[in-house]
Design a protein around this ligand. Structure first.
Ligand SMILES: [Zn+2]
Length: 676
């Protein structure tokens, strides 16, 4: 048990904890049509009535016995939880956007789309609410992943739509911090100001301190929008809701001055408060942590399971982060269900629980696919259309694009599977070729998981700016902080290039294929039967047009080759000597062969105690960032921009005048050649 109560400085720092008496949401329950609009906002205004922290001194450190439900629940009670996770700004049905027709059924194969999700939520709520309370919950990573995510600071659209769809709460996933804590504060602030925001439960996110980037989050906590926990009283049941960012997810969070104390310790504290002080009947944990398969192939690991194991006072875990579509609930400790609904709004999870005499039973669990059988909600679709203008203005216009602009035709799917290197070669080659063309470097590289989506042919094959942006939707830059990660370039010797490949070829079995290196202007041979850090047997520079020539990888030749890669990949590269404790030496150099000056901070790895491949926070040498000057304005070359520019330059072979994305043998060239 950690410190009794939640008094320690780190937990107090988020701001006053307030609770919610859910009168207005209850009204919305009675009238299913009234789930949108100002309802949640109204309830937020009532949130500040009771300040709980002041009274928390009285809360003891009573360890709750496993499985003890409040005596308040007499007899049999049934309730339903509708849930999503990792929506990642996927407002539009997935693949390709031009096929998505939410108002007509039976004519497209796209999955997801908020207009359909909203319609199904309303249907399921109507079907279930006569049988007991219905809660609608999201588990975070609601933002980043599409062009809409690129404008989240300006629109707050993700939260506005969740609010309009009638969600009761969400939590903060790692990607919510992609634009830093100030970007997150801006995004939530816009939604709050518009009057369409829902409670954001972030139990183990701390943002105290004087850092200016935290000011918006602090204000939102004071206003009760962001909270440590939430109490919803509905249908005679008091639900306590907590929200956790799991340990592994925390590693990938660009939290800046915000910090994320241990999820399990905080959960224990919160469960105590909810039971002792708030007298809740049921504790629901929004855990953005993930599930993982054990050796037996069953889902027995991951932070979502661990928190259920370690904190028996949690009754239900709504999970996320690992993008897992669980077909059945994982039951932990013989009683606590852990559920997760995949990703990108492709499913709505429906968990029905019955509590009888203190015994909790999962009555049913299912994932409803969000597909073309559902007629979409017009009001939600109209809202989404309205956001498109802002997205074009803030993300695309400066670089000559607009969100619905058709770019090219894909004659078949270009998948981004991480484990089938041959299947994902056309996409990987297209992406890395575009990087190399954008900077004229000798070589371009990326890793499988940095390509965030494939391209889907669908009915027409037409790929719009919206579809292509989803391949490289993350990050912001260094020189300009508009949406999208920048390309960076540095110079390396042949042996250093080998070291880069060796590092990325070390596979993490819990995330198979994610770091696998993809190249342009270079091909390499590797033999996985050889010792770790020495699997690469040959590197050649060149391409199919100009031929390949061997590069010395023994360290004898000091000739330099330029390497262009996404900023995120570059952060890993710079830290390789540190990650490998000097076993893989390299020094990123500029054109003149001089080491970059600002790299020292990058080499400091504050989390060196974990085995994960981490990207350390720190500065980036601005001279490594690729920029172009247009009309006197210096702009970074964004990943997404280089891909779109490249696609537009491809030969036009279709009647409609759009370029054709190549998928032939040449486009599928194997640049990572497995030998031995
Ligand atoms: Zn996540």
């Amino acid at each position: 048990m950690s410190t009794p109560g939640i008094h320690n400085a780190s937990t107090k720092s988020q701001g006053p904890v307030k609770d919610i008496e859910d009168k207005t949401v209850k009204t919305a329950d009675d009238n299913p049509a009234a789930t949108s609009g100002g309802k949640i906002t109204t309830s937020c205004e009532t949130l500040s009535r009771r300040e709980v922290l002041a009274g928390l001194g009285a809360v003891g450190a009573t360890m709750l016995l496993p499985g003890v439900l409040s005596a308040a629940l007499d007899g049999k009670t049934t309730f339903t939880i509708l849930h999503t996770n990792d929506l990642h700004s996927n407002f539009i049905g997935l693949g390709p956007a031009s096929d998505y027709t939410p108002f007509s059924t039976g004519d497209d194969k796209t999955l997801g789309g908020y207009a359909r999700l909203a319609a199904l939520i309303r249907q399921r709520k109507e079907a279930r609410q006569g049988l007991g309370p219905v809660l609608i919950l999201d588990d975070g990573d609601y933002s980043m992943g599409t062009a809409f995510g690129g404008a989240t600071r300006e629109t707050g659209a993700e939260l506005q739509l969740l609010s309009r769809m009638g969600y009761d709460a969400t939590t903060l996933g790692n990607h919510e911090f992609d634009f830093g804590p100030d970007g997150l504060g801006q995004s939530i602030g816009v939604a709050a100001k518009a009057g369409h925001v829902l409670p954001i439960v972030a139990s183990n996110t701390n943002f105290d301190g004087k850092d200016a980037t935290l000011a918006d989050l602090q204000r939102l906590a004071n206003d009760g929008v962001i909270r440590r926990y939430l109490v919803i009283e509905r249908g005679g049941v008091r639900f306590g809701i907590i929200g956790l960012l799991g340990k592994e997810a925390g590693v990938y969070t660009q939290g800046g001055a915000a910090s994320f104390p241990d999820a399990i310790e905080i959960a224990k504290d919160m469960v105590n408060v909810l039971h002792e002080k708030e007298k809740v009947d049921m504790v629901i944990c929004l855990s953005h942590g993930g599930v993982a398969r054990g050796k037996d192939g069953k889902f027995t690991g991951g932070d979502d399971v661990r928190v259920a194991e370690a904190v028996p006072g949690i009754d239900v875990v709504i999970g996320g982060h690992s993008h897992t579509a669980l077909q059945e609930a994982i039951i932990v400790n013989g009683r606590t269900p852990v559920v997760q609904a995949g990703k990108y709004g492709q499913n709505l999870g429906e968990l029905v629980i019955t509590v009888d005499g203190g015994k909790l039973t999962v009555e049913s669990y299912q994932l409803h696919p969000i597909d073309d059988t559902i007629a979409g909600d017009r009001a939600i679709a109209d809202e989404i259309d309205g956001y498109k203008k802002t997205v074009t203005r803030v993300v695309f216009a400066a670089r000559g694009y607009s969100i619905d602009q058709p770019l090219a035709v894909a004659p078949r799917d270009l998948p981004n599977t991480f484990t089938d290197i041959a299947a994902s070669a056309p996409l990987a080659n297209l992406v890395t070729d575009s990087f190399r063309k954008a900077t004229n470097a000798h070589i371009a590289m990326t890793a499988n998981a940095l390509m965030r989506a494939g391209l889907t042919r669908g009915n027409s094959g037409v790929q719009t700016v919206y579809d292509v942006f989803a391949v490289a939707p993350l990050g912001a830059g260094i020189v300009d902080t508009t949406a999208g990660s920048a390309l960076v370039t540095a110079y390396f010797t042949g042996q250093e290039l080998k070291h880069v490949l060796e590092f990325f070829l070390v596979d993490d079995p819990s995330h198979p294929g994610e770091t696998f290196p993809r190249t342009s202007g270079m091909r390499f041979r590797y033999d996985t039967s050889r010792p770790k850090f020495d699997v690469v047997t040959a590197i050649e520079i060149g391409d199919l047009d100009h031929g390949y020539r061997a590069v010395d990888i023994t360290g004898k030749d000091e000739r330099l080759y330029s390497l262009t890669c996404p900023l995120m990949f570059g952060k890993f590269v710079v830290a390789i000597p540190n990650f490998t404790k000097g076993k893989l030496a390299l020094v990123p150099k500029n054109k003149e062969g001089q080491p970059f000056k600002e790299k020292t901070e990058l080499l400091n790895d504050p989390r060196g105690d974990t085995p994960d491949l981490l990207r350390p926070p720190g500065t980036v040498d601005k001279s490594s960032v690729d920029t172009m000057t247009e009309g006197g304005v210096v702009r970074e070359i964004k990943e997404w921009q280089s891909i779109m520019d490249y696609i537009r330059s491809l030969p036009v072979k279709t009647k409609g005048g759009l370029p054709m994305i190549p998928v032939d043998e040449r486009a599928s060239e194997a640049r990572a050649i497995k030998v031995g």
